[in-house]
Ligand binder design. Structure first.
Ligand code: MEV
Length: 328
C-alpha cells in the first residue's frame, strides 16, 4: 500500500480571470488530502472517502451529512467519485496498464467545494499514490498536468491549471494559460474563514462568462483582475513584501469579484469582519458563491473575530505549504 498527500490552496489573487488567460497567484496551504492506494487482485476499483474533515467539521461521504447535521449536496459526492475515477485512470495511463484494480482510501482536511482546492488535492494525491503503488514515481509536473486533465474533464473544459499545479508543486505559484511557474515567496500569515457552505464552480464560471460576453465593462473587470495579479506578483516577489500593499490588492480583487456576481452575503460578511478586526486585506477564495475567505493577518485578532461572526462556521490560521505532493 502507498499513501500520498497533497495540499489545498488559497487564491491570493486571480480566480475567475485565470479562466480567460489572465494570470493568477494561488498559494498552497498546510491542509492536506491524504490518499492510500492498494492494488487489488480482481481488477476492480473501490473508493472509500468517508473521512473528509476540517477541524470541528467532519463530512461523511457515506452518510452525506456533516457533524453539524448539514446535508452535503449530492453533486459534490458524485463529483468526488468522478475525480477519483479520473485520477486512477490517469495513473494507469502513465504506467501503461489498463486492467489493474485498487482500493483507494481518501482522507482530507480540506472542505469540499469551498474554494480551497479540495478536488485538486485529492486528484493530485490519488494520481501520485496510484502510480507509486504500480512502482512508478511521477515527476510533480507530470502529476500536475495529468491532474489538470481530470479537472478539465469533470468540469467540462472550464478548469484552469491553477489549483492542480499549486497542489502538486506547493508554495506560491503563478499560472497564466499553460505557463505555470513556482514563485519565490515568503511565508504569509493567512487566516481562513469557512461559512460551512459551498458554491457550484461550473455555474459560477458560466455566470462570469455570460456577463463578460454581454457587457464590455464586465470584460474590463476581468482584465482589471489580471492587472491586480501582475501588481500583486511584483509585490510578493520583492525582498520584503509589503503586507499592507498585498492586503490592499486583495481587497480590490474581492471588490471586482463581487462586481462579477460571485461573492455572497456570508462571504462579504466574513471579509468585512476580517477587515474590521485589522487584517491587511481579505477576499473570497476560489469560485465563490459560498465557502471560504482568506485574510492576511499576523495577529490572532482576525481568527478570533471570524470565529464569533455569524456567517463563519470555522476559522483557522493556515501556513504556506512549502511541499506540494508528498509520496513518502
Ligand atoms: C476555482 O477554484 C477557480 C476558478 O478560477 C476556476 C478555475 O480556475 O478553474 C473559478
Amino acid at each position: 500500500m502507498v499513501t500520498a498527500s497533497a495540499p489545498g490552496k488559497v487564491y491570493l489573487f486571480g480566480e475567475h480571470a485565470v479562466v480567460y488567460g489572465e494570470p493568477a497567484v494561488p498559494c498552497a496551504v498546510e491542509r492536506r488530502a491524504t490518499v492510500a492506494v492498494e492494488e487489488r487482485a480482481d481488477g476492480r476499483l473501490r473508493v472509500d472517502a468517508r473521512d473528509l474533515e476540517i477541524e470541528g467539521f467532519t463530512v461523511e461521504y457515506g452518510a452525506a451529512t456533516d457533524e453539524l447535521g448539514v446535508e452535503v449536496p449530492t453533486e459534490l459526492l458524485e463529483a468526488a467519485t468522478e475525480y477519483v475515477d479520473g485520477a486512477v485512470e490517469q495513473a494507469r495511463d502513465a504506467c501503461d496498464v489498463s486492467d489493474v484494480g485498487f482500493d483507494v482510501t481518501v482522507e482530507s482536511e480540506i472542505p469540499l467545494g469551498a474554494g480551497l482546492g479540495s478536488s485538486a488535492a485529492v486528484v493530485v494525491a490519488t494520481i501520485a499514490a496510484t502510480a507509486a503503488e504500480l512502482g512508478v514515481e511521477l515527476d510533480p509536473r507530470e502529476v500536475a498536468t495529468r491532474a489538470y486533465q481530470v479537472e478539465s474533464d469533470v468540469q467540462d473544459g472550464q478548469a484552469s491549471r491553477a489549483d492542480t499545479f499549486c497542489s502538486a508543486m506547493g508554495g506560491a505559484v503563478r499560472v497564466e494559460g499553460e505557463d505555470c511557474r513556482t514563485l519565490d515567496a515568503p511565508d504569509l500569515p493567512f487566516v481562513i474563514g469557512f461559512d460551512g457552505g459551498s458554491g457550484n464552480t461550473g455555474e459560477l464560471v458560466a455566470g462570469v462568462r455570460d456577463l463578460r460576453e454581454r457587457y464590455d465593462f464586465a470584460a474590463d473587470t476581468v482584465t482589471a483582475i489580471g492587472d491586480i495579479v501582475r501588481r500583486g506578483e511584483a509585490v510578493l516577489t520583492e525582498d520584503d513584501p509589503s503586507l499592507d500593499e498585498l492586503g490592499r490588492l486583495m481587497d480590490f480583487d474581492h471588490g471586482l469579484l463581487e462586481a462579477l456576481g460571485v461573492s455572497s452575503r456570508s462571504l462579504d460578511e466574513m471579509v468585512w469582519t476580517a477587515r474590521e478586526a485589522g487584517a491587511y486585506g481579505a477576499k473570497l477564495t476560489g469560485a465563490g458563491g459560498g465557502g471560504c475567505i482568506v485574510a492576511l493577518d499576523d495577529s490572532p485578532a482576525t481568527e478570533t473575530a471570524l470565529s464569533y461572526s455569524q456567517s463563519c462556521e470555522v476559522a483557522f490560521r493556515a501556513e504556506l505549504a512549502r511541499d506540494g505532493v508528498i509520496v513518502p
